[in-house]
Design a protein around this ligand. Structure first.
Ligand SMILES: [Cu+2]
Length: 409
């Protein structure tokens, strides 16, 4: 008996370490970078690049560091610049010696080096940035993303979370040209950004950047890792597309929320699943908001193309537990019905959106296996809706299903 127990313990230990590995990345810092925007404006840049040594310019944002949940990550940092810098793993549980906060640990001096290490404990989206005089070092470009995949490295937001076909990391920031010129001598009480950037690029540059732009084919699902490395909240809209935030700051959200109007505050990250509903050309619109009155200080738009034939049903993680039949009749004139397939009686949340993603109706109903849900083509106020395409989204025990219906008056 004891023998079996110890065998099991050994197997458990082996199983526990089966996926964990060491991830080693070499990053070096530079203060010699520059970037020219579409309108000809040139800025100075400080930042990181992959590899050590003296050669080459910084990359802004810095290289994306990718690991699997359970991995131990080692960042071999070389400071090839005249000022001290650090690497702070933002949102990760690093110990004090590895969190890159100079006030509680140390700076890496000119030509100095250090190996930062931490455990990638939770799949999700994180960041890194220099923490020396952070206000200006971050503004100058010393930031990048850390993306952690599930333990097996599969294309899921987390182990058991929603699947994606490809991912995009979108880091926003702004540039105050006076700060950019004055560097550490800038007046940090007066921030008046002139340029509003995504992955270090202005709108036209981002639109032609093969990594940043998003092109969806058929039922492709893109995982957008939205991170804010600037000082203004950024509001996103994806009109005509299906966008749903599933995680934030490295943890699954208790309730998925719409990506339409999602505001990402400075330092925050959101994981948004993006998918086409119909083929066409769409826009991701980013509004950079005033911290105090939420007025729009800057905007950036990015084309999102949907080609092929997106299906009507959102591809769900696991439909075994909860299924919703196709709508009947289709198209409908006065009402449309769906039959529930569920393991036992329980509450079902229902949302109705129009084709622009606006919420029309929301309710919670008690349903049983085989019960029918009927929508009468009216909004929450009981008003009759116009002819058109609507989306009904159902949720039961964390499982979602979405159906498209056509209303013909
Ligand atoms: Cu720095």
């Amino acid at each position: 008996m004891n023998h079996i127990k110890s065998m099991i313990l050994v197997l458990m230990l082996l199983a526990g370490t089966a996926f964990s590995a060491e991830v080693h990345v070499t990053l070096s810092s530079r203060m010699t970078g520059s970037h020219t925007f579409s309108d000809g404006t040139v800025i100075e840049q400080w930042g990181f690049r992959e590899g050590g040594g003296m050669m080459g310019q910084p990359q802004v944002p810095g290289p994306i560091i990718t690991a699997n949940e359970g991995d131990r990550v080692f960042i071999h940092f070389q400071n090839m610049s005249p000022m001290p810098h650090t690497i702070h793993p933002h949102g990760l549980d690093a110990d004090q010696q590895n969190d890159g906060v100079p006030q509680t640990s140390f700076e890496i001096p000119m030509m100095g080096s250090y190996i930062y290490e931490f455990d990638a404990n939770h799949a999700g989206s994180y960041a890194y940035h220099c923490h020396v005089n952070t206000v200006i070092h971050l503004q100058m470009g010393m930031y990048g993303a850390i993306n952690i995949l599930p333990p097996n490295g599969s294309n899921h937001a987390w182990d058991g979370g929603p699947a994606f076909d490809f991912e995009r990391t979108w880091l926003t920031a702004e540039i105050d040209l006076v700060w950019n010129q004055l560097g550490e001598d800038a007046d940090f009480t007066n921030y008046e950004p002139d340029l509003f950037v995504l992955n270090g690029l202005d709108g036209p540059q981002a639109a032609s950047d093969a990594y940043t732009r998003v092109d969806l084919l058929d039922d492709d699902v893109a995982l957008l890792r939205l991170g804010n490395m600037g000082y203004l909240p950024v509001r996103y809209s994806f009109t005509g597309l299906y966008a749903e935030a599933v995680a934030s700051d490295g943890r699954p959200l208790p309730e998925r929320i719409s990506g339409q109007g999602l505001v990402v505050a400075p330092g925050e990250r959101y994981d948004v699943m993006l998918r086409g509903l119909t083929s066409g050309n769409f826009l991701a619109e980013l509004d950079y908001l005033d911290l105090y009155d939420s007025s729009v200080l800057g905007q950036l738009t990015l084309p999102v193309t949907v080609t092929g034939d997106p299906s009507d049903v959102w591809p769900e993680d696991d439909l075994e537990q909860f299924r919703v039949s196709i709508p009947s009749p289709m198209p409908f004139h006065s009402s449309v019905s769906f039959t529930m397939g569920m393991p036992s009686r329980g509450m079902v949340d229902v949302w109705v959106h129009d084709i622009r993603g606006r919420l029309i109706k929301q309710e919670q109903v008690e349903m049983d296996d085989g019960s029918a849900y009927t929508w009468n083509g009216r909004d929450d106020n009981g008003s009759t809706l116009a002819s058109g395409v609507y989306y009904l989204r159902f949720r039961h025990r964390g499982k979602y299903e979405t159906h498209k219906v056509t209303l013909l008056r």
